[in-house]
Design a protein around this ligand. Structure first.
Ligand SMILES: [Zn+2]
Length: 271
């Protein structure tokens, strides 16, 4: 029997860790093969001084961080598509011809299809369509991965296989508000404190599955810390709030549709 496989498609090195880290760790702990596919090297990201990285070295530094975090999380293959980070909406990086969001949808979908055809995942995991906080690369990565998943289903007869399920990893508004409140208290002048908390996260009622991943706390914190060049949201999160996030790791099942809380206990149920 083929080893069960999870494919996680993201935009930047660290999305797979900060967004899907505990899921990857949990899957690997169950003997499931995990593969991550990242669109860019995150070259438009910030640089934390502690990393010693420069704008020139950042792509290589972030690629190394991505691979280190992958090893900590037990990821079998940490793959890159090799596009350029498009930066936040409205920044000059958006205009670079190699920017991820400037690539043709067909080309990116073809890249994802190549990987899917080779690793034949049972489950596809991506961010949600809101991009977490509206990052255009996050949204584009999710749209292209969703289209690739749908294309395989449309071609199931020729291909002879289909991925069984697609989930978004999500952060429910209730938890994001707690995080925001803790930042407002600790860093009242920070950019995060200025954000309207109602735009953070997804409506709680869209969550179809919640899992307690707190057993993976130590390993998850090691993976978070591997992204040395990046300002981890978990760095400024009080330990009790981090624990609450781990205890309420949340998903929205995209395919098969019409899932509701209590239907299933884990992404691979029924596979
Ligand atoms: Zn990102």
């Amino acid at each position: 029997m083929k080893q069960r496989t999870l494919l996680c498609v993201v935009a930047h090195p660290d999305d797979e860790t900060f967004g899907a880290g505990t899921t990857l760790i949990h899957a690997a702990s169950l003997g499931i093969k995990t593969v991550t596919l990242c669109a860019t090297r995150g070259e438009a990201g910030e640089i934390m001084e502690r990393s010693g990285a420069t704008p020139e070295t950042l792509p290589a530094v972030r690629e190394a961080e991505y691979r280190t975090a992958g090893r900590i999380m037990g990821v079998s293959e940490s793959l890159l598509m090799g596009y350029r980070d498009s930066g936040m909406a409205g920044t000059p990086e958006n205009d670079d011809p190699n920017a991820f969001i400037r690539q043709s949808r067909e080309k990116v979908i073809a890249d994802i299809l190549d990987v899917m055809e080779r690793v034949r995942p049972d489950v596809l995991l991506t961010g949600d369509t809101g991009g977490g906080y509206g990052h255009p690369d996050h949204i584009f990565a999710t749209e292209c991965a969703t289209a690739a998943f749908q294309q395989i289903h449309a071609e199931r007869d020729q291909r002879g296989w289909v991925p069984s399920k697609h989930y978004f990893y999500v952060f429910p508004q209730r938890l994001m508000r707690k995080f925001w409140e803790s930042v407002v208290v600790a860093e009242p002048d920070s950019g995060m404190a200025a954000v309207d908390p109602s735009v953070l996260g997804v409506p709680d009622e869209t969550v179809t599955l919640t899992m307690d991943m707190s057993v993976h706390e130590v390993q998850a914190n090691q993976a978070f810390a591997a992204h040395i060049s990046q300002d981890s949201p978990y760095d400024r999160m009080p330990a009790d709030v981090t624990l609450e996030f781990l205890r309420n790791t949340s998903y929205t099942r995209v395919y098969p549709p019409e899932s509701k809380p209590g239907d299933e206990a884990w992404l691979f149920d029924g596979i």
